[in-house]
Design a protein around this ligand. Sequence first.
Ligand code: AR6
Length: 331
Amino acid sequence: MPFTIEIGDITNEVCDAIVNAANNTLLGGGGVDGAIHKKAGKELLEECKALGGCKTGRAKITKGYNLPCRYVIHTVGPVWRGGKFNEENLLKSCYIESLKLAEKYSCKSVAFPLISAGAYNYPKAEAFRVAVKAITEYLNIFDDYDIYVKLVIYNTENLTDVESMRLLVKDIDYFTAMSVADSNPGENNRKFLYERNRVKNDTMYFYCMSDLEKKLHNASETFSEMLMRKISEKKMSASECYKRANISRKLFSKIKNDRCYKPSKATVLAFAISLRLSVEETEKLLQTAGYAFSNSTHSDIIIKYFISKKNYDIYKINEILFSFGEKLLGE
Ligand code: AR6
């Protein structure tokens, strides 16, 4: 479920639905509303007339007519009156209600303008913050609903506004790892992973991989983590463990200090022997590093045999491995 932010003109968006920042009458007006009606043609106004208006914070849908989108979702943002008149909730509701409607009509791609940020005077940076928050919150609720959402910042927006939105991106919880000048997604913020796809002059372009991010966040124990846990569970000292595994202190420290360290299969098995793991436990340790026992590999059959017999003498195992011309355990 990607979420992107781009600078452009929403009437050019080729997607399932674009969202219109309309007024309560739904009979057209200026700004993005005017541009949408102009490009869609008279039929849009005819369909809008039959809708009976729309309440602030709610949304209604029509066809796209001459626009390069299938639908137009008309939503009515709040007029900014200083911020104490429920403006934020109403604005948030515009995004949520529009996305619900998009979902109802099976839209896979939806483009939003910055609702209320023009004639309705909502401070642009604030309108941007609410928009990003509402959209990301909505997308994060769903694991399955696969929708691509784009926030289109008008290309004639003055640069100070664009700059303040950029700065804001850094402040918003969800985007803490992001900045236009320096992107290092996911590094500082393991809660959400965002990948900046491209940045062109005045173009902000972000990807929010919320579903992927969730999976990464819930990623299970790594090899390094499981190894350290097992050592402590077995009440073994680190040196006892790496020595019994025929592994150097240097390699052990490397594994300990890098939670994502990718060991060789021989190293994993050496630690399994050292920790006196059962076959099942060894299988789990192998899994953390992306390996499994093979029934067609001599070395795996030999090692598994020793483990199942609870014979954890690594030198004995290596002797047998050697006699079969197999790679030895350990470093
Ligand atoms: N593409 C993308 N964004 C646009 C475009 C465009 N083509 N044109 C303007 N914007 P506004 P509101 C931006 O005033 O504040 C209408 O008369 C614009 O720069 O269109 O919700 C309605 O009929 C601004 O950032 O909508 C209502 O009466 C944002 O879209 C009233 O205005 C919204 O500006 C609604 O006011």
